[in-house]
Design a binder for this molecule. Structure first.
Ligand SMILES: [Zn+2]
Ligand SMILES: [Zn+2]
Length: 374
């Protein structure tokens, strides 16, 4: 039995999962408990487990209280689940998490005065990313689900959660492989008068211009990843998801991420946009890229002509052969209209996702190695 099957048997047992069955409280307790343990570890080893950019900026008294409250909530949720549910596995797992967090010192851990480490992982970034993304998308998917029967513990959920974890934890590697090369090359290639002209534009206009420039670059790179067989070996990992939800979009091979992000960032740096507009764009793309994968069917669809909605990108992942190599844009469907690659059948969603006959190994590590194998 794989780790995913084992965990799925705990999380998605056969008992009812409706509100009041102790399932929601049980799962929430485990997630909150796990994040509490990670947060307490960050207090113990900030030099290795937190981002240097964020480390000095946290309002510590608030963080400590937040950790203690999270542990308390974990205990309450776990107890509630054990009260409501005949099977106690979810509640017990939540209790165990809370016990570990308490044993490690909870919010009261004294922060060591250790020198900064040259190598670090971004576990604080992971905790913040999980809290904000889940708070946004879990209620959205529960209230307006496209495929109601799917549930969060669908096939591949642990693999995709690992991708989500790694993309946050490996933020130093991203900075070394993407941010620094793209920034240095972009500044070397920059044309001063063009940069000066762009700097004069209002920030809102700069933001819209970045969205357009970034999505044009992304369109070109994404299309190349589909057309060039060597690149497709890496990108088909992203297309191996067979059920779509907010976490499915995390499944991207490291080579795919590094090449795409680097080449999207390059023209943004070259054109010399204001930092505020660039940060606004980075916040926007991190939410929008998750949003277009969500198991979410919005009612009002007039917007989908102008901005990519889940239906647009779901067709990019569709199993239907007529949707192959369509809808490459991430933000602006008009780019696909300009280049004749749009596929948006009236009011229809794909019947399924993935690629017919594609056999992908499960798990993050196996999928990292997979493109390099025969
Ligand atoms: Zn693709
Ligand atoms: Zn996608």
């Amino acid at each position: 039995m794989t780790a995913e099957q084992w965990l799925t048997r705990i999380f998605a047992d056969q008992a009812p999962r409706r509100f009041g069955s102790g399932w929601v409280s049980g799962v929430l307790g485990i997630v909150l408990g796990l994040l509490s343990v990670v947060a307490v570890l960050c207090l113990h080893f900030p030099q290795w487990l937190t981002l240097p950019e964020l480390r000095g900026r946290y309002p510590l008294p608030l963080v400590r209280s937040a950790i203690d409250i999270a542990i308390l909530c974990t205990l309450v949720l776990a107890a509630l689940s054990m009260l409501l549910r005949r099977r106690k596995a979810l509640g017990l797992a939540g209790l165990a998490m809370a016990a570990i967090a308490l044993a490690l010192g909870a919010g009261g851990v004294a922060i060591p005065q250790a020198p900064a480490s040259a190598v670090y992982v971004g576990l604080d970034w992971f905790v913040l990313g999980t809290l904000t993304t889940a708070a946004l998308f879990v209620p959205l998917e529960r209230a307006f689900a496209l495929r109601r029967e799917q549930g969060p513990f669908r096939r591949g959920w642990l693999t995709d959660t690992s991708y989500f974890f790694m993309s946050h934890a490996l933020v130093q590697l991203m900075s070394l492989l993407v941010l620094i090369p793209a920034t240095q090359l972009g500044q070397a290639l920059a044309i001063a008068p063009v940069q000066a002209g762009i700097q004069m534009l209002p920030l809102a206009v700069q933001f819209l211009a970045i969205v357009l420039v970034a999505d044009l670059a992304q369109y070109a790179v994404h299309r190349a990843f589909h057309a060039v067989p060597l690149l497709w070996r890496f990108h088909r990992v992203h297309h191996s998801v067979t059920q779509m939800d907010w976490i499915a979009g995390s499944r991207l091979h490291l080579v795919d991420v590094v090449v795409t992000r680097g080449l999207v960032l390059l023209p943004i740096v070259m054109l010399g946009f204001d930092q505020v507009a660039v940060y606004a764009y980075l916040a926007f793309v991190s939410v929008h890229a998750v949003f277009i994968h969500a198991n979410f069917a919005p009612r009002k669809v007039w917007l989908e002509r102008w901005i990519a909605m889940p239906r647009f990108h779901h067709w990019h992942h569709a199993i239907e052969p007529e949707a192959r190599d369509r809808n490459f844009a991430v933000h602006l469907p008009m780019i696909d209209r300009w280049f004749g690659t749009e596929h948006m059948p009236e009011d229809r969603w794909p019947s399924g996702y993935g690629i017919e006959g594609l056999e992908v190994p499960e798990g993050y590590a196996r999928q990292m190695v997979w493109p390099f194998t025969r």
